[in-house]
Write a protein that binds this ligand. Structure first.
Ligand code: CTP
Length: 415
């Protein structure tokens, strides 16, 4: 299956490094040419001699050979490989790679590699579920690197949970399948995306509340923020339903769009989809009031003054919040002009949200209609994260990265 394929096997300092011997053996047996590169810490767990013998090649650890001065050309190695496989990938190396650090040969090869990169983490469950590690993993995935998820089970520490290196047979199959279609297997890649198999519901745009057949009450929402969130969640592997009020935007590819006009229609569409949704982001600018009656014919101007009786719409987000299960993630937006944080916190609490995205109309470039936004995310512990003014696409990435962190924490807790 791997005949003639060139694989760099990066081994990090983890107790699971002992499994790298079996992995090397399996890759070689499948026909691959394997160049083992160890971090200096890895050599404390398994000897280079073992791996050099199994791979039929000297193992590389340092930038140069101390005795001969020979330079181990990381750029050359990075270009040589058809696949860079890092297994076991330690928390430390993941952090270095996610941040572009380059203090050992393996990191330098990673930065030089043009081939697909696969990484199989191995560490204790708390280290794995820590937000720092999760963010590093997400960062690597956002670079297009492919996670070979760890198994759940008994760990070397005696604790039981997620963090055990995937079995060498499993990793070998993963790599074999990546070549099966002549390149990186799309299906495997999709399966490895962080939100693969998850369902997301996003609402976007304004609602229009009809006054008569030609007039309505609406607002300036463009829908851009919600559409960018829907697209980003889809890119992370989620199966996304976008409930959209009237906008001029095209639906992102592979996103199911349900078009609605009024707050009532949006409520119905969201309520139907919500039960199935693992992640829901209400970014629509839903009208708070709607005319009590819709005139069946165009209202003619007669009197110098004219008023319309309005009645409150259902707060969709609050009704979803009331029905929310602990395993679901629910987020909303707050667009405020004053007392921003206090108002946002009240909404977070009243609507039973996991977090709220605050936009202040005081911030130039933030809010509804434009292409940029400036947000602060506030969570249930009143923890605030403020982001710089960015394009709505970049803001969507920040929001979705935040969702991934919460999602991974919830998943780890439910183990
Ligand atoms: N929202 C909703 N249904 C409504 C009104 C708002 O689902 N009928 C959602 C929005 O999609 C947004 C959040 O609630 O995610 C906050 O909306 P906002 O209008 O800022 O807050 P309100 O709760 O309506 O409060 P107010 O208008 O009084 O500030």
């Amino acid at each position: 299956m791997l005949k003639g394929k060139k694989i760099i096997l990066g081994i990090c300092g983890s107790i699971a490094a002992y499994k790298a011997a079996t992995l090397t053996r399996l890759l070689v047996k499948a026909g691959a040419e394997v160049q083992v590169v160890m971090t200096p810490e890895a050599t404390a767990f398994i000897t280079p001699l073992t791996l050099a013998t199994l791979s039929n090649k000297p193992v590389l650890t340092e930038y140069f050979d101390e005795h001969t001065g020979e330079w181990n050309k990381h750029v050359h190695l990075g270009l040589w490989a058809d696949r860079l496989l890092i297994a076991p990938a330690s928390a430390n190396t993941l952090a270095k790679l996610a941040n572009g650090l380059c203090d050992n040969l393996l990191c330098a090869i990673y930065l030089s590699a043009r081939c697909p990169v696969y990484f199989a983490p191995a560490m204790d469950l708390d280290m794995f579920s820590h937000p720092a590690t999760q963010q590093n993993i997400q960062r690597l995935q956002s670079f297009g690197n492919i996670l070979i998820p760890p198994d759940s089970g008994e760990l070397a520490s005696g604790l039981v949970g997620e963090g055990r290196l995937a079995e060498p047979e499993e990793i070998t199959t993963f790599i074999e399948q990546s070549f099966a279609t002549g390149g990186v297997s799309k299906a495997r890649e999709d399966a490895a995306l962080p939100l693969a198999g998850k369902k997301a519901l996003v609402s976007a745009g304004p609602t229009y509340e009809a006054i008569d057949p030609v007039r309505f009450i609406g607002n300036h929402s463009s829908g851009k923020m919600g559409y960018a969130i829907a697209e980003t969640l889809q890119g992370l592997g989620a199966d996304v339903t976008l409930v959209s009020g009237p906008t001029a935007l095209a639906a992102p590819q592979q996103v199911l769009r349900i078009d609605v006009t009024s707050a009532k229609e949006m409520l119905e569409a969201c309520t139907q989809t919500f039960t199935e949704a693992d992640i829901t982001v209400m970014s629509a600018a839903v009208a708070d009031y709607t005319p009590v009656e819709v005139a069946s014919q165009k209202i003619k101007k007669k009197d110098p003054h004219f008023s319309i009786a309005l009645t409150k719409t259902t707060d969709i987000l609050a009704s979803l919040g009331a029905a929310k299960r602990p395993d679901q993630i629910l987020a909303g937006f707050a667009l405020e002009t004053n007392n921003e944080e206090a108002n946002a916190l009240i909404k977070l609490e009243n609507k039973n949200l996991d977090f709220i995205v605050l936009n202040s109309m005081q911030d130039k470039g933030a809010g509804f209609a434009g292409d940029s936004n400036k947000i602060t995310i506030i969570d249930r512990n009143k923890q605030q994260t403020t982001f710089a003014l960015k394009s709505k696409k970049e803001v969507a990435t920040d929001i979705c990265n935040y969702i991934l962190t919460i999602y991974n924490t919830k998943s780890a807790k439910s183990l």
